[in-house]
Structures are given as C-alpha cells and as structure tokens.
Design a protein. Structure first.
Length: 326
C-alpha cells in the first residue's frame, strides 16, 4: 500500500516542484517578445486546439500576417466564436474551423481526408491541443487519455499529413511541424511496456510521459527529415506557465492557489504564443537552423533521454504498431 501511494504521490510532488522552479525562472528572466515576422500570404497552417488559449493567439497572429489558418478542434461553437473575434479584428482574415477530436483515431483520419479533399498546400502544422491531469480514463480507441490525446493523436495527424507538408516545402521556405510541449517532459519517464499507465495510475506521471513522448517524436522526425535540401523541419516548444484553463485539474488546494496568482505571475496566452510563433514563422529557422527544443524565445538543451536515438526509434516503432501504420 505504501509503495502504491509513493508511486502515485511522488510524480505529483515532483511536477509541482518543477512548476515552482519554472515560474521562478520565468519571473526572473527577460520578457519574451516576438520580433516582426514577414507576411505569410498564400501559405496555409493547421493549428490544433486553436479556439482558445495559446492556440487562439497563434491563429490570430498568423491570420493577421495573411496566412490561411484552419482551426482543428472538438468544439465547433468555440471554434466559430474564435473565428468571429478574429474576423472582427482583421476583416481580411482567412480562418476556418474543421472538426478534429484527437481522442478518436477515426476523427483524425476523417479530418485528414477532408483536408486533402480541399487540395490545399500545408506549410505549418502546430500540434497545440492537449489535456493536463485529467482523471483516469481512455480515449475512444482504448488509450490512456494523456498519451492518446497529447501524443498519439498528434503523431497520427502528423504522419498522415507528412506528404502534403513535404510537397508544400521548398528551398528557403520549408514547411514546419511545431509540437507544443512542456517543461514537464523533464521529469517524464517512457515505459514502452506500459504506455497506457495501467499499473499504479498517476495523472501527473501520465501527463509528464506524454510530454516526453512529444519531444522524442519531434526529435526523431526532425532527424528523419534531415537530408540536404529537406523541405520540412520539426521542433518542440515550451510556452512556459501560461494563464489558461489547462490547470483546472490541479489538486484542489493548489488549484485555488494557482487561480489567485496566475493573472499576476503567469504569462498571458499571447505571451505564451510568442515562442510557438517564432518556431513556426521566423526566417532565421529555415532548413538546418530549424528543429530542436525551444523555450523563452530561444533554443535550449533538454534532458539526455530526449536525445537518445534508440529510445526515439523504439517509441516511433511502437507508435506505428499501436496505430496500425507501416
């Protein structure tokens, strides 16, 4: 009993202590500001979870630069509200909503089919949607929800869109995959034999595992693409601690404390979107300069497991098997 309690309690304590360190570092660091980005007329982006929070700010800024942006999300009304707000601000904005439920592999397949039927190019894919510390449960296909939504759904989405991303990239204007991750990956552990967290479930451990998986996927994908003149790059981004609804499943005392200080100490969604936009749009990150792990507006070194080529490959192969892909 004590061992089980320790296995469930320790990940929570580690995650909250990490959050405190990240917040202190964030407060002591310089504000992150987005430099002026070039116009994006004629280019197309997909942003998952773009109806609110960081995703909304990413969509809003891309639309202001002339990009055609597609919000992929579960909640159609939320997506349409976001579109109305953006179009009220920028009357020439090209923004639309397409149904996408990352907890359903069938929904991911249908989204990609619908998108391909449009015969559009795809220059930017921002894998932004996610859940944090949700109660134990499974996706439609039987995967643990953090693993299924944060990681596996985005893995499938990216895999199915790779051909369009590659075809849309070109020398000097490559396509980009941007995976919105978290500092929580630093305390995550990948257990290939138990990716669904069946043994001694901890929402905190499951969340950290899903974010580490995102980084491993992002790194391996980038390495796979690094041929001379590759038309596509992949990177991971940590937006920092941002005042969004993502924290609603924190332990109750910590949730109340977080709610009291978030508006004063956390980054706003617009500030959180800054590094995401830099990774997606900066001319400085073309070709070989792309990839890596980004936080607070700059490339950072992360934990050794994310650079382990064998672990990257093992997770990649396991993911393909889980998804029934060749």
């Amino acid at each position: 009993m004590l061992a089980v309690l320790r296995l469930c309690l320790l990940p929570a304590v580690r995650l909250y202590l990490l959050g405190l360190r990240v917040l202190l570092s964030q407060l002591c660091g310089r504000p992150v500001r987005l430099s002026v980005m070039p116009r994006q007329d004629g280019r197309v982006a997909i942003v998952t979870g773009g109806g609110k929070g960081i995703g909304y700010e990413v969509v809003r800024h891309m639309a202001r630069l002339g990009m055609h942006v597609i919000i992929g999300g579960r909640d159609e009304q939320e997506g349409l509200r976001a579109i109305r707000r953006i179009c009220e601000e920028y009357t020439e904005a090209k923004v639309e909503f397409m149904k996408l439920d990352l907890a359903s592999l069938q929904s991911v397949h249908q989204f990609v089919t619908n998108f391909k039927d449009r015969n559009l190019q795809l220059n930017i894919l921002v894998n932004n949607a996610g859940v944090m510390l949700v109660p134990e449960g499974c996706t439609e296909d039987g995967f643990e929800r953090h693993f299924g939504i944060n990681y596996l759904g985005h893995f499938l989405l990216t895999w199915l869109l790779l051909d369009i991303l590659k075809d849309s990239g070109k020398c000097g204007r490559v396509s980009r995959v941007v995976n919105v991750s978290s500092a929580a990956h630093r305390i995550g552990e990948i257990q290939l034999s138990d990716l669904n967290s069946r043994q001694h479930y901890s929402a905190h451990a499951a969340y950290c595992q899903s974010k580490l998986a995102q980084l491993l996927f992002s790194s391996h994908l980038h390495q796979e693409l690094q041929n001379p003149g590759s038309p596509l790059t992949s990177c991971a981004v940590d937006p920092g601690m941002v005042d969004t609804a993502l924290y609603r499943h924190l332990w109750t005392p910590i949730f109340w404390a977080q709610g009291a200080v978030a508006r004063l100490l956390f980054r706003t969604p617009a500030e959180g979107a800054t590094t995401v936009l830099h990774a997606a749009l900066s001319p400085d990150l073309e070709g070989e300069c792309g990839g890596g792990y980004w936080a607070s507006g700059q490339r950072q070194i992360t934990i050794p497991p994310t650079l382990d080529p064998q672990l990257q490959l093992d997770l990649w192969k396991t993911s393909l098997q889980l998804l029934g892909l060749q």
